[in-house]
Ligand binder design. Structure first.
Ligand SMILES: [Zn+2]
Length: 258
């Protein structure tokens, strides 16, 4: 048998043996199909949380469930906006229903320790809602020991020394990170064949007002779809980000699910 931590690569009996007593932490990456500028593909927000989940699962003896590949609608100030061709989003109620159904099924297999790995900013509160509804319904059905962590993996990249390496110039930051140094570097480390840095387009940082408009003013987003520039990205930075996130999340998972 292989030693994969990916549920989808396991034989059902092997998977069942691991989860039936409820002690195994199961990671559920929740991503999006969303434009990532001219230099990366549409599934960056699926690949990155899955890689982080894999790294942590290896540390804690966990399992990575197949990712939710579609997410909530791209918002202009975090993902460029939902008007780009290729960006393919779910309604909020659909995402909540999908995540809740997956949790219910995993619980039926025996899973009681859930780690929901958000890979797309806009998903967060919908995942929280799914977790809340799942726990409420599970309790009514007599399952009262299920618990779930919810986190966006990038929040664990909070070491000031690491930030200094990623963004050596003060003016840069990840406030507007979308297909910028952070995600591009991770992709260069994990999936270099999926990055075409030479296709990235230079543009000034967008100046968003303190409100959103619907329908969106499409010209608020720099035309290529990036919010910050990927200039300065490298595989080395990507490895540093991945290692930092895996380390921080591993510690948190061990704390909550000892
Ligand atoms: Zn992204």
């Amino acid at each position: 048998m292989n030693n994969s931590v990916h549920m989808g690569e396991m034989v059902w009996r092997e998977y069942s043996n691991k989860v039936k007593d409820g002690n195994c932490v199961v990671f559920v990456p929740i991503g999006a199909i969303e434009q990532h500028g001219h230099h990366m593909g549409l599934n960056v927000d699926v690949l990155l949380p899955t890689a982080v989940a894999e790294g942590v699962a290896k540390q804690v003896g966990g399992i990575v469930a197949p990712p939710v590949c579609y997410g909530y609608k791209s918002q202009q100030k975090s993902g460029g906006g939902n008007f780009y061709p290729g960006t393919t989003s779910l309604d909020g109620a659909t995402l909540v229903a999908v995540v809740k159904d997956i949790m219910r099924e995993l619980a039926r297999h025996g899973v009681r320790k859930f780690a929901m790995v958000v890979g797309h900013f806009e998903n967060y509160m919908f995942v929280v809602e799914a977790v809340d509804l799942f726990l409420r319904e599970a309790k009514m059905q007599g399952i009262d020991n299920a618990r779930a962590m919810v986190f966006s993996y990038w929040d664990f990249c909070d070491d000031p020394e690491v930030i200094k390496v990623l963004y050596p110039e003060e003016a840069e930051s990840w406030a507007l990170e979308h297909a910028g140094v952070f995600e591009t570097s991770m992709m260069m480390h994990l999936h270099p064949h999926l990055v075409k840095l030479e296709e990235a387009v230079d543009h000034p940082s967008p100046q968003f007002p303190h409100y959103d408009m619907f329908p969106a003013h499409e010209d608020w987003t720099p035309a290529p779809g990036t919010l910050s520039l990927p200039k300065g990205s490298s595989a080395e930075k990507g490895k540093l980000i991945l290692d930092t996130c895996v380390k921080g999340i591993t510690a948190a998972v061990k704390k909550e699910f000892p």
